[in-house]
Design a protein around this ligand. Sequence first.
Ligand code: 0O2
Length: 242
Amino acid sequence: MVPDDNISIGENLDLESVFLESGGEARNLEEFKAIARQFDELMMMFSCAIREVRTKLEVLNDEFKVRRSHNPIESIESRVKKPASIYEKLLRRGFPVTLDSIENNLHDVAGIRVICGYVQDIYQIARMLIAQNDITLLEVKDYIKDPKPNGYRSLHLVVEVPVFFSDECRKLKVEVQIRTIAMDFWATLEHQLKYKNSGEVPDTIVRELRSCSDVIAETDMRMQSLYNSLHLGEGEDHGSYV
Ligand code: 0O2
């Protein structure tokens, strides 16, 4: 079935009211299907944006391996945000639940997590990524320099990347989280603890998590010093982002 003419990609579609009003009627079901198709298309575009940025990171890592015998990146994970999380975040932030709103108001629908060996690798990878002339840096949150009160540490970048489709070039936002293996270990376990306790973690545990994060940060620094002392002259980057 052909969707109604008044439903076109990128228009201010009110997903929430269509969901609520659909009630099994054919016309609304068609609208629902049309919107679902456009939602799928948007998610496909975000997943292509992830591939573009991921390839850039893999290229940098390969180059480092060959030219400098060093692997700055240990692993890369990526995901497109789940529909339920998108919906929850739009509501929590007071944004309309529309396709345009997803694209304009959320910066983490496409997410990439880069795990590095050393703290200096984080800043080096970040600088090299944003120096590329098709990448636009939209936002930086340096939770390494300024950790969250709970001890969360990571460098977050929001970048925009052009993606070429058959009939258009679309600029899409991708959130890149870059952290060390140690920071990732902490964040993964902290997330699991929070999730298992439905977000409610007793104060004693919160304090203990913060203390573990500080120990981890100290260890990251010591590992960086060990690396630098064995690779004299190679480590010009001293962990500063700008
Ligand atoms: P998921 O599953 O990664 O999508 P928000 O906190 O999302 O309302 P904003 O500005 O997007 O607002 O937050 P920010 O600070 O950029 O961080 C968002 C993401 O960073 C989170 O995504 C987590 O992946 C990670 N993060 C931030 N703070 C913490 C933390 O205290 N602990 C852990 N483990 N991870 C954190 P989402 O959307 O929560 O989840």
